[in-house]
Design a protein around this ligand. Structure first.
Ligand SMILES: Cc1ncc(COP(=O)(O)O)c(C=O)c1O
Length: 424
């Protein structure tokens, strides 16, 4: 980096001494960059906090499904939480075995469940009785026993953004304790499903451990009740959700040891396997999005910084009005100026920040949008026919392209230019 090292505002943490300008020059912008070491460090500290527990960390592949990231998880002993057959196939190709995967989601089709059974997926987190019956059907067809957990909805407010809050009774996720109870009571009716697990996930970007503790306490109480009724529970999956810092000095995510301590305390009477499904916490802070200023535009009321990244590259600000710290890569002196930082997409919602203070910028300047390693490229699209962005990994002073920028041909592949009409 050209800027002085040690400044908390610079993106050195991710770029680790690799020159951002040369990366941007080599690969173009917008460019998503990850630090492999930052991800390894997160995995290491989570594993250290879990020491002594029979725990399996399953990375929520939705947070980042790029092959190299999933491969890093596999190499460091992390399994996967998947929600589609697409994620299943990606994880298999990246070296994560089916037995180290849990399959979540409200809309698993029987075809997806069947393929997952074929691949030996370790556990199905079941979210409705219809799904449970479907799992019984496909497991019987294959002559297999499916291991399953019921995803309970604890009716707890995770105190996060409404769109990523999943643990309230009004949400589509999981089932209430009373319905879950009947599933266990009727277990004999589904001989190809071994229902011996509990699962809970109350939401994402959790900064306050209170609701997480409350949800786990409810699960622990339910566990005690099930055991007393004679049901064997061998696995409790506590979901994901641990939050990260998107805004320096404002977001104060819990320490991972404190988070694990909540799990240890709530499940102190449980002797089986504990599954964790972190997504964001493992990868978000390991990523920055490099983007160039296309032009500065002085509007009638506001000053716009128009950059070459857009909502199709990083949807979170548009979708959740999420804050991301944004810094100029080169340290500039002089007064700070308030810019509305916007992309080129033809929507007013294509806005990364309002009245954000930066040193005076001009066309060609390189900016870094921070904390973009999770729910960035995995939510990217080619809206406005903008190709999917390139991705690069940094590892010990080296860099490697891990996803090519999408070509025009790849973007339109699959579109039929001369439709063959058939009568309905
Ligand atoms: C079932 C489940 N597990 C885990 C996660 C990962 O959450 P996070 O990335 O906040 O850790 C999600 C996110 O939506 C989820 O739905």
């Amino acid at each position: 980096m050209d800027s002085p090292s040690g400044s908390v505002d610079r993106p050195e943490g991710v770029l680790e001494g690799v020159n951002a300008d040369s990366l941007a020059a080599r690969h173009g912008t917008p460019l998503q960059v990850y630090s492999a070491n930052a991800i390894r460090n997160r995995i290491r500290s989570l594993h250290a906090a879990l020491q002594g527990l029979d725990a399996l960390v399953c990375f929520a592949a939705k947070a980042n499904s790029c092959h190299a990231i999933l491969n890093l998880m596999a190499e460091n002993g992390v399994g996967a939480d998947i929600v589609s057959v697409g994620e299943l196939e990606r994880c298999l190709r990246a070296g994560i075995s089916g037995s180290r995967m849990v399959f979540s989601g409200v809309g698993k089709t029987e075809a997806e469940m069947s393929r997952a059974l074929e691949c030996g997926v370790g556990r199905f987190n079941v979210e409705s009785v219809d799904e449970l019956d479907g799992l019984q059907r496909v497991a019987a067809q294959r002559g297999l026993i499916a291991c399953a957990a019921v995803r309970v909805n604890p009716d707890v407010d995770a105190l996060t953004h409404a769109k990523i809050s999943t643990g309230k009774a009004e949400n589509k996720f999981g089932v209430g304790m009373s319905e879950a109870r009947t599933w266990f009571e009727q277990a004999r009716q589904r001989p190809n499903v071994r229902l011996d697990g509990l699962h809970v996930h109350i939401g994402s970007q959790i900064l306050d451990l209170g609701p997480f503790r409350q949800a786990l306490d409810r699960v622990a109480e339910f566990h005690r009740e099930l055991v007393a009724a004679g049901h064997a529970i061998t696995s409790i999956d506590v979901g994901g959700g641990l939050g990260v810092c998107y805004r320096e000095g404002h977001d104060h995510p819990p320490d991972v040891a404190a988070y694990v301590e909540v799990v240890r305390h709530a499940l102190r009477e449980f002797r089986g396997r504990i599954v964790l499904e972190p997504g964001r916490w493992l990868v978000a802070e390991a990523g920055v999005l490099l983007t160039r200023v296309i032009r500065v535009k002085q509007g009638e009321q506001r000053r716009f910084l128009i950059i070459d990244a857009a909502m199709n590259d990083l949807l979170r600000p548009s979708l959740y009005e999420a804050w991301h710290d944004i810094v100029a890569v080169r340290q500039a002196s002089g007064p700070m100026i308030a810019y509305d930082i916007v992309g080129p997409v033809c929507e007013t919602g294509d806005t990364f920040a309002l009245a954000r203070e930066l040193p005076e910028c001009q066309a060609g300047d390189l900016l870094a949008i921070k904390t973009t390693g999770a729910y960035g490229t995995s939510m990217a699209s080619s809206y406005n026919s903008r190709p999917l962005l390139a991705e690069v990994m940094i590892d010990d002073g080296r860099s490697a392209l891990i996803r090519q920028r999408q070509s025009l041909d790849a973007m339109i592949a699959g579109e039929v230019t001369s439709p063959q009409w058939i009568s309905a």
